[in-house]
Write a protein that binds this ligand. Structure first.
Ligand code: ZN
Ligand code: ZN
Length: 298
């Protein structure tokens, strides 16, 4: 039976009809250690805005609220937590942006490559007409990255990259840490307002009272907006990881062709096996391979 998913693929052909001669030869590899970075103006601007907004929040939290506060333990405790989480958020952002999300080698739909697959009669492979690559199952073409991306979820301009098989962990951590610093800064603003109402306004900040209020209100708006946005994104991502269905597959209502695993196993495939504190560490590369060894079909 032909599933509706098959109709959504770009090109479906038997091996003999792929006509690889229409593809340019694969580009010479410039070394696998070349940094992955998408040259997209909109994405770069959004990425810079993200860093600017985090630095703005750091500035208000440290210089407007914590340094002028009289309680040293309160300032130190909140300062360490806020700056630690902000550092992890920016590190996750950098990792999500500069990690290859799972790009399929460009132009690999060559005659030699297709022959090397040793396809049996009747076996089907998919070719992407845009980047001339043989698409693995669940890969989709991204028009911004101009590449086919394995298990592509969506292209996110805020991290100027696709969210796919290899960088989903960093993207989820990015949304989580931004949600946490947004919540923390809202709490700090609330405490600061209470403190300032009790004390004289001139004593609660090194800035003038009007400047303090404007800086705090702007932080409040930023915190609220990003708390809602990133918390919803975090929930959506965890749900799609647990159900092992990418954003694109949900949109296209693709029929499941892949093995069904438990929710916990799906989390391990993305965050690494076994469960450890490394799940929260944006510098730890998840070990997808080991998790796959433990996969089972329900
Ligand atoms: Zn493609
Ligand atoms: Zn992309």
């Amino acid at each position: 039976m032909k599933s509706p998913a098959h109709r959504t693929r770009d090109i479906e052909r038997q091996a003999g009809y792929l006509r690889p001669e229409h593809c340019a030869p694969p580009p010479l590899r410039t070394g696998s250690d070349t940094m992955w970075f998408i040259r997209d103006g909109c994405g770069i601007v959004c990425g810079v805005i993200t860093w600017f907004l985090v630095f703005y929040a750091e500035f208000v939290v440290v210089f407007v609220m914590l340094l002028p506060a009289k309680n040293v333990i309160y300032s130190l405790f909140n300062g360490v937590i806020f700056n630690g989480l902000a550092f992890l958020a920016l590190a996750s952002h950098a990792k999500a942006m500069c990690t290859d999300p799972g790009a399929v080698p460009k132009g690999n739909a060559t005659k030699e490559f297709i022959e090397s697959l040793q396809l049996k009669p009747g076996q089907v492979v998919y070719k992407c007409p845009k980047c001339c690559s043989i698409k693995p199952d669940r890969a989709h073409h991204c028009s911004v990255c101009k590449r086919c991306i394995k298990k592509m979820d969506h292209h996110c301009p805020w991290v100027n990259n696709c969210v796919g098989e290899n960088n989903q962990k960093y993207f989820v951590l990015f949304t989580m840490y931004i949600a946490l610093i947004s919540f923390h800064s809202l709490m700090l603003v609330a405490f600061h307002f209470v403190f300032c109402f009790e004390e004289d306004w001139t004593k609660c900040s090194n800035f003038s009272p009007p400047a303090t209020v404007v800086l705090l209100i702007l932080l409040c708006f930023e915190g609220l907006l990003f708390l809602i946005f990133t918390a919803v994104m975090f929930g959506t991502q965890v749900h799609s990881i647990c159900s092992d269905e990418t954003g694109i597959e949900q949109l296209k209502k693709e029929e499941r062709r892949w093995a069904k695993r438990s929710k916990w196993m799906n989390m391990k495939v993305v965050f690494g096996h076994p469960f450890s504190i490394a799940w929260l560490n944006p510098f730890a590369t998840p070990d997808h391979g080991k998790a796959d060894l433990y996969q089972y079909i329900v």
